[in-house]
Design a protein around this ligand. Sequence first.
Ligand code: OAD
Length: 379
Amino acid sequence: MGQEVSAVPETTKPENLSERSLPAVADYIKSGKARKVVVLTGAGISTAAGIPDFRSPETGLYANLAALELEEPEDVFSLPFFKENPKPFYVLAKDLYPGKFHPTISHVFISLLATKGLLYQLFTQNIDCLERAAGVPADLIVEAHGSFASQRCIDCKTPYPDDKMREHVSRAEVPHCEKCNGLVKPDIVFFHENLPSLFFDRRHMAEEADLILVLGTSLTVHPFAGLPDLAPFEVPRVLFNMERVGSLGSQPDDVLVLGDCDTGVRQLASALGWREELEAEWRKLVGDEEADRQLEGSSKRQVELHDEVSQLVHDVDKVLHVHDVSSSGSSSPSPEAVAEKEPIAATQQEVQQNESASVKESVETTTTTLTEEVKVSGA
Ligand code: OAD
């Protein structure tokens, strides 16, 4: 946990850090060289809060949905599928809707960076709004894949009232437009939809960063996945993740902190002399009971996540079954059968994406819509 490793040859000296380690990153920040910290987050930052990520083999949403009768598990977040059958999305939305979950210490660390005037911009792929809940100022956040904060008709684009949306989501019911009866969808970016313009307006801030922190993301979805590569070569980049991802670890000032991101963040906070303040802020925000729950052994949290995701998959399976029976008469596997199925491993495509991402040119991407495909320059 929180183990620092480097893929750069030992003999290659970093340019800005005294060495590739968290204490050296802390010294770099304390020396005042990091005034523009850009933070990039993904679903892994929220797993300790009880929200499943997408691609972890045991507990990831897609990994488990793969057992169902969906062509691709990602279909739940695709517009053509949604138009055809919006129910599975709303079943997931009921469980993932903001309000149920509490920030982790990693979310609060980002807020602390903002309090100390060091956070230049946070780019998050998450739709759980936990960075806001942790107190990160709204003007420092780019929700690159949208959020549940607003919703509208997919046909006439008329906004739909928040209170009615909340009611529908709490019952996993599909809301319809009050004007044209079209389907209502939260302003979450589905595959092949455009990212919010704010993402493109602020993307240059990653180029201007003097420190990049990447937390809890597989960096498989573009154009977000290209952000770490926009920073100049000598800018220190720190990865807090279970696994090495993207091109992180290939540059002399990259520090890889592999393991649970909360552990890594605590180590950095200790090295900065911020640990006490961080823990106190977090406990004040989430309360002792939730803090202790999140701190329980990671194996217990894994079991909780596993139960959560099994229940979600079961619920999605139920609505797919209803849909299948009415349309084609085919049946879905029982929840027990689903639970017994082997979780999928990372696809070959994802592996290639990670490898491709290490090629610097690949980040000169023209991608404007959410996609799992890497688009190289000029493609
Ligand atoms: P993924 O599920 O693809 O990746 C999560 C990463 O976090 C993986 O590398 C995990 O190993 C790691 N991880 C999980 N728990 C962790 C923990 N406690 N500490 C450290 N690392 C941990 O999630 P994203 O990269 O966020 O899009 O996925 C990107 C996009 O794919 C999402 O925004 C979503 C999905 O399709 C939409 O829904 C629009």
